[in-house]
Design a protein around this ligand. Structure first.
Ligand SMILES: [Zn+2]
Length: 305
């Protein structure tokens, strides 16, 4: 059987010498287009580490400012255009200066897709097992940096293999600042309220997608309000053997997809919420893996190509 598979792979690679490649997750392998296989999990992982090296990306901190500049600079190397959407929000008597970063690819393409993740990190580790650390900011390797790292690498692949449709990547600020709903999702709410473009065919939010033990069920709000996008996303994941996507109903979450759904944009939340280090000071890069980032990145590329 193994030799038969090898012969098939050889035959396929002879017919399509530069247009397809094999990718594997565990024991499961698939032949996928280069526009999908080009996603480099190791490079995405380096971008996850790089974000953490700035320090916690808490609004108002120097690391927050420096990371925003770096992210915009990275996207400028790949996208047709990059704009920063700067705004201030007053919450609990404090004025926050926030920045959404918006990158566009193939603006004249037929149809459009929106990809998003939050790039800020939480100012307090309230779930830390050690009470003395609960006032400290989180490093945000998975909660923040993972979704952004996937999208930076997706951006590089889109430059090499331009998509047929218009693709917009938005990195939201201020997702994780607050403790109550009115203090959360600040960037996505601002973006949704000021959104004037055509309604994208679909939108995908990535949040906490770097966990070494990645397992992504179908988030309940996404299933209820954008079932067709969930169906397409999980079918795409299966085609590129991203085995972390499981066909199970997940929890109902308040995340950046909600302001977009409320604005009529069919957005799903791709998230593994069973992360033991969530909102703790132990949310560090060693809890994440290149393979997890690659599984998500390849599924996203299969959706947008
Ligand atoms: Zn969070």
């Amino acid at each position: 059987m193994k030799s038969l598979i090898a012969v098939c792979l050889l035959f396929f690679s002879l017919i399509f010498p530069s247009r397809a490649a094999q990718v594997c997750a565990g024991n499961v392998c698939a032949i996928v287009p280069d526009a999908v296989a080009a996603f480099d999990g190791e490079r995405a992982y380096r971008d996850l580490v790089k974000q953490c090296e700035f320090g916690p990306r808490v609004p108002g901190a120097r690391a927050h400012e420096q990371c925003a500049e770096w992210l915009a600079g990275q996207l400028r190397q790949s996208a047709d255009s990059v704009v920063t959407q700067k705004f201030t929000v007053k919450v609990r008597g404090k004025t926050l200066r926030l920045t959404n970063i918006i990158a566009t690819f193939n603006p004249k393409g037929k149809g459009s897709a929106l990809l998003c993740a939050h790039w800020d990190t939480r100012p307090r580790a309230e779930k830390d097992p050690d009470p003395s650390r609960r006032a400290s900011p989180i490093p945000g390797a998975n909660d923040g940096a993972s979704g952004v790292a996937v999208l930076l690498e997706v951006a590089r692949v889109l430059k090499l293999h331009p998509p047929g449709r218009k693709v917009t990547i938005v990195l939201f600020d201020g997702e994780d600042w607050g403790t109550e709903l009115p203090d959360m999702l600040l960037g996505s709410r601002y973006f949704a309220a000021h959104y004037r473009g055509e309604r994208p065919e679909f939108a995908i939010l990535l949040d906490m997608v770097g966990d070494k033990n990645l397992r992504i069920p179908q988030e309940a709000q996404s299933l209820r309000r954008a079932p067709e996008v969930v169906r397409r996303m999980w079918a795409a994941a299966e085609r590129v053997c991203s085995t972390a996507f499981v066909r199970e109903r997940g929890p109902l979450l308040m995340d950046d997809h909600i302001p977009l759904l409320n604005r009529g944009i069919r957005c799903i939340d791709v998230i593994d919420f069973t992360y033991p280090y969530w909102h703790t000071t132990a949310d560090t890069p060693d809890k994440c893996s290149p393979d997890s980032l690659a599984q998500v990145g390849r599924a996203v590329l299969e959706m947008v190509r």
